[in-house]
Design a protein around this ligand. Structure first.
Ligand code: FAD
Length: 559
């Protein structure tokens, strides 16, 4: 593919890069997505072992189901089918305690009431208070993404005293919230554990936000695709190629150089592609802007300094997965109905493990029994294993750097730690493992190219919303004309949500389509239009919660 000439090159075929490219192709642009690996998907990673499809990265597709992306890109017509459920999660403890996060606030409160009536009431009150959070998040994902300080001021002005209380809650650490709102150690541990996907220690300010998405998120449908995460990647790839785009794997980008009005994207193998209008980074933004863009003087000094100061990995926290093939499905736990059987299991051998893991990690140690998320993909799609067999996916936080050892040396201890937790809560599973694969933090970095696989940039409170990854790049455009950023390092961050890929496509289309009119108005005009879009979205505040719905018209044509 030497000397190809297209409108837009997207660097990185994670789901955000593919979604961005699919929207751009749909709008009539010539698009190529280039990917360093031999397969697309980024953190959606799977492999096969003797007829078992093993998941090593993301499995749960929650946010994208509410995003509108699946309908807008016609992914069901391309063969994608989801099995959805209302039961969000089942929390299990080593002493037999069980709490179900159900389809309604009432059902969850009933489950909590079995261990603490006071905490069941507190859950109900928190649910009422945090319910607007998802809607606020949706608004912040529709047009202009405000910085946290502006969002806070807006919320207080529009929402009055109620918003004030919610803002206070959102800014707390989840540890503080758990201690102030709940009395029971299991419920406290559950709250802390639910914030774990942020990759921040539970004492970090703002981590309460992640837990409040649970209390405020009852009624959201959750789900997973039949065929596993790779079915989603296949449908996205088809959405790009079906509209004339190209997904080119095995192309590791070495540099992106300004050439006249466009850009030349070069691979490590010496191939080059010319982008006439734009280049989109769908890889960690700091890697793209600081390492790939040439000449370096293109990046204003202030932007460079801000990006250099971005926190990538917080408190040495990373994650790992253990994927296993099981010789029988009869060892897979059941909970009385298919939706519960398909839900995510959140295992803690002991409530104190919810906090202890982070102490170990910050000391550079492998946590001895970390809180572990477990699910059995074959409960959603039995076709992922030979008849009568099953698969398991387990995921936990762990140390990015292990003191005095490489990850290859620490792998055995880490795998044993995960099994210690699983054995405590699900004692029948381990003896049926016929094959297992540990994917360590360093494996995940090698597979995704990201020092922080999953989030790209630490989701600290200072790096939220319109400051993700930095204030000047918080709305997918950058100070460099023709360069855009998407992916987990931009708003709304990690997770299979697709919102960033779509919002970035919107920014590219706005930039290209508005070159004549908007250029005259300059940056102020662009910001005014973005604010207009957000105000429009704010009118939907009363609409049922939906995460990240934006409006990208198919009727826009640029060629
Ligand atoms: C172990 C694990 C489990 C997770 N589980 C869940 C889950 O169950 N549910 C959920 O919602 N989220 C989950 N997440 C988070 C979610 O998977 C990620 O946030 C999301 O997939 C990030 O997508 P992305 O497209 O932004 O970036 P990525 O998926 O990181 O994709 C970036 C792509 O860019 C490519 N690339 C990098 N550098 C170059 C280069 N120089 N040239 C060419 N290509 C390059 C990479 O190879 C990669 O394919 C999980 C993450 C991990 C790591």
């Amino acid at each position: 593919m030497t000397d190809a000439n297209v409108d837009v090159v997207v660097v990185g075929a994670g789901h955000n890069g593919l979604i961005c490219a699919a929207y751009l192709a749909r709008a009539g642009l010539d698009v190529i997505v280039v990917e360093q690996n031999d397969v697309a998907g980024g953190a959606l990673i799977s492999s096969e072992w003797q007829g078992h499809v093993l998941e090593h990265g993301a499995v749960e597709h929650t946010a994208v189901l509410a995003s509108g992306v699946i309908d807008e890109l016609g992914l069901e017509d391309l063969g994608l089918a989801y099995r959805t459920r209302d039961v969000a999660a089942i929390h299990l403890f080593g002493d037999g305690t069980q709490v179900t996060i159900g389809r309604s606030v009432e059902s969850t409160a009933d489950s909590i009431a079995a261990i603490s009536i006071r905490d069941a009431r507190a859950w109900t009150e928190l649910s009422e208070r945090s319910e607007p959070l998802l809607r606020a998040f949706a608004i912040a994902s529709r047009g202009w993404v405000p910085p946290m300080s502006v969002a806070t001021r807006l919320a207080r002005t529009i929402g009055g005293r109620d918003a004030d209380a919610l803002v206070e809650l959102v800014q707390m650490s989840v540890l503080d919230l758990a201690m102030r709102w709940f009395e029971n150690p299991h419920v406290r541990a559950l709250a802390i554990f639910r914030a774990s996907f942020l990759g921040l220690p539970p004492w970090a300010p703002g981590t309460a936000n992640a837990f409040l998405l649970t209390t405020g998120g009852h009624g959201r449908r959750l789900g997973r695709p039949l065929g596993g995460s790779r079915a989603f990647v296949a449908a996205l790839t088809a959405a790009v190629t079906g509209r004339g785009g190209v997904v080119r794997c095995g192309f590791r980008v070495e540099s992106v150089e300004r050439l006249g009005a466009g850009w030349t994207v070069r691979s490590t193998a010496g191939e080059q592609i010319r982008a006439r209008r734009a280049v989109v980074s769908a890889i960690p933004p700091q890697d793209f802007v600081l390492r790939l863009l040439a000449p370096p003087e293109l990046v204003p000094t202030s932007s460079r300094r801000r990006l250099e100061a971005v926190e990538i990995v917080a408190s040495n926290i990373s994650q790992l997965t253990v994927a296993a093939a099981l010789d029988t499905s009869s060892c897979v736990p059941t909970f009385g109905d298919p939706e519960s059987d398909q839900s995510m299991l959140w295992l803690l051998s002991d409530p104190s493990a919810a906090v202890d893991s982070y102490t170990a990690i910050s000391l550079g140690l492998v946590p001895p029994s970390p809180g572990t998320l477990v699910t059995f993909p074959t409960s959603v799609d039995p076709g992922l294993a030979p008849s009568g067999a099953a698969t398991m996916w387990a995921n936990a936080v762990t140390a990015r750097e292990v003191q005095g050892r490489t990850w290859a040396q620490a792998a055995g201890e880490a795998t044993e730690g995960i099994w210690r937790t699983i054995d405590a809560c699900l004692p029948d599973v381990r003896s049926h493992v016929v094959h297992e694969v540990l994917t360590s933090p360093s494996d995940l970095t090698a597979l995704t190219g990201a020092d922080n696989p999953g989030n790209h940039v630490a989701p600290t409170a200072a790096q939220w919303l319109g400051r993700r990854p930095t204030r000047r790049m918080g709305n997918y455009a950058t100070p460099i004309d023709g360069i855009f950023v998407t992916g987990a390092g931009t708003h709304p961050g990690g997770g299979i949500n697709g919102a960033s890929g779509r919002a970035c496509a919107q920014a590219v289309l706005r930039s290209i389509g508005s070159h004549r009119g908007m250029r005259r108005l300059g940056r102020a005009g662009a910001i005014a239009r973005q604010i207009g879009a957000s105000i429009g979205a704010a009118r939907d505040l009363r609409a049922p919660p939906q995460v990240c719905v934006t409006d990208i018209g198919e009727d826009r044509r640029f060629r």
